[in-house]
Write a protein that binds this ligand. Structure first.
Ligand code: MG
Length: 326
C-alpha cells in the first residue's frame, strides 16, 4: 500500500471498438456458445442487455478455444452501484491462457495496492497510468500477448510478454511476466501447452463483459541477426581475403567497392555504406544485417574476377576492374 499509485488519465476513446476483418469474435452479446465452465459444463454466467455478467459462485468462465500469441480486445464494466472497497469493488480479471491476469477492478477513486488495481498485471506490474472510468461505464482492454516459451526440460526459454491499453491508454509496456499471477505469492513458471483457453474471473462481484474478440498472432520470430548470423561460416587468411578487394563495375559508373580491415571484408555501394560481409564459402558472401548476397566468379587460381550482387529481388552482374582502367 506504500507503493506510489499511478497518475490518473481520462480517456475519450469511443466504445464499442468493432472487430477487424480477421478477428475471431468470442462474444458478440448473443450467446455463450464459445464459453464454458471449468468442468466443461455450460457456464452459469448470465447474458443480459447484450453483455455477459459474472455470477457469484459460478466460477471462472473459459473460452472453448485455446490461444497462444494473441491481440485481445475486451470491454468490461464494473457495477454502477458502488459496493465494497479496495479489492472488493468490481473485481474480476482477464486471464490470458487462464494463468496470467490483467486485473479488472473498479479503480475509479478506489484505493488499493498498485499492482492490484485495474490494468495491473496482478501482483507484478502496476499500470503506468490509471485510465479508469467510473462505475458502470464501459471500458476496454487491448492486450498484446506473447506466450512464454518453454524448453524441452520444462524450464523457461522466454517469459511471456504483455502490452496493455486501457481505454486506449498505454498501461503495460511489453512487460515480462514473472510467472502465473497469484495472490500473496509468486509462483514460478511451470511448462504448459502452447495454447490454452482465455478466462474471465468470478471474484464475487457482478462484472459485465461485451465485444470480446481476438486476433491470432503468428508465432514470434524476432527480427534481426542471431549469433549464428554474425560470424563468418568459413574463415580465410588475410592474404586470400585481400584477393577480393577492389572495384567491381556493373552497368553503373559507380563501382561496388570491396575493402578489407584485418579479416573483415566490407562492401561499399555508391560510396554510402560500409556493409559487413560474411563468408559462407569462397564464392558466397552475405550481408550481415540484411538479406543481400554476393556470388563471386573465381578464376583458375581461385582469384575473384567478378560477382553477382543479389538484393531485394534484383541481381546485378559486375566485373572486377581497377581504378587505373576507369
Ligand atoms: Mg481479479
Amino acid at each position: 500500500m506504500k507503493r506510489a499509485t499511478p497518475s490518473v488519465v481520462s480517456s475519450n476513446l469511443v466504445l464499442p471498438f468493432p472487430p477487424p476483418s480477421d478477428a475471431i469474435v468470442l462474444f458478440d452479446g448473443v450467446d455463450l456458445s464459445k464459453w464454458r465452465a471449468v468442468d466443461n459444463s455450460p457456464s452459469r454466467w448470465i447474458i443480459q442487455d447484450g453483455c455477459m455478467e459474472s455470477v457469484d459462485g459460478a466460477g471462472f468462465i473459459y473460452s472453448r478455444d485455446s490461444f497462444g500469441d494473441i491481440q485481445l480486445h475486451v470491454e468490461w464494466a464494473t457495477p454502477a452501484k458502488v459496493e465494497g472497497d479496495s479489492q472488493g469493488r468490481g473485481n474480476s480479471g482477464v486471464f490470458l491462457m487462464g494463468l496470467y491476469e490483467v486485473q479488472v477492478l473498479d479503480s475509479y477513486n478506489n484505493r488499493t495496492y498498485a499492482d492490484g488495481q485495474a490494468a495491473a498485471i496482478y501482483g507484478q506490474y502496476p499500470p503506468l497510468s490509471n485510465a479508469s472510468r467510473g462505475p458502470g461505464e464501459w471500458q476496454s482492454y487491448d492486450i498484446f500477448f506473447r506466450r512464454p516459451r518453454f524448453k524441452r526440460d520444462g524450464t523457461v526459454s522466454k517469459p511471456g510478454l504483455m502490452t496493455v491499453l486501457h481505454n486506449g491508454i498505454l498501461v503495460q509496456d511489453n512487460e515480462e511476466i514473472w510467472g502465473p499471477t497469484s495472490w500473496l505469492q509468486n509462483h514460478p513458471y511451470r511448462s504448459h501447452p502452447d495454447q490454452l483457453p482465455l478466462a474471465f474471473q468470478d471474484h464475487g462481484n457482478p462484472v459485465r463483459y461485451r465485444n470480446v474478440w481476438v486476433r491470432k498472432l503468428d508465432e514470434w520470430t524476432r527480427p534481426g541477426p542471431t549469433n549464428d548470423d554474425t560470424k563468418p561460416l568459413v574463415t580465410m587468411g588475410e592474404s586470400v581475403l585481400e584477393g577480393y578487394v577492389g572495384d567491381y563495375y556493373g552497368e553503373s559508373e559507380h563501382p561496388f567497392v570491396i575493402t578489407r580491415e584485418g579479416s573483415q571484408l566490407f562492401l561499399r555501394i555508391l560510396g554510402v555504406s560500409k556493409l559487413d560481409l560474411l563468408a559462407h564459402s569462397k564464392t558466397e558472401f552475405t550481408l550481415r544485417w540484411t538479406a543481400g548476397k554476393i556470388i563471386f566468379d573465381l578464376d583458375d587460381s581461385q582469384k575473384p574476377t567478378a560477382f553477382t550482387f543479389y538484393l531485394g529481388g534484383q541481381a546485378i552482374k559486375t566485373q572486377k576492374g581497377s581504378s587505373s582502367t576507369q
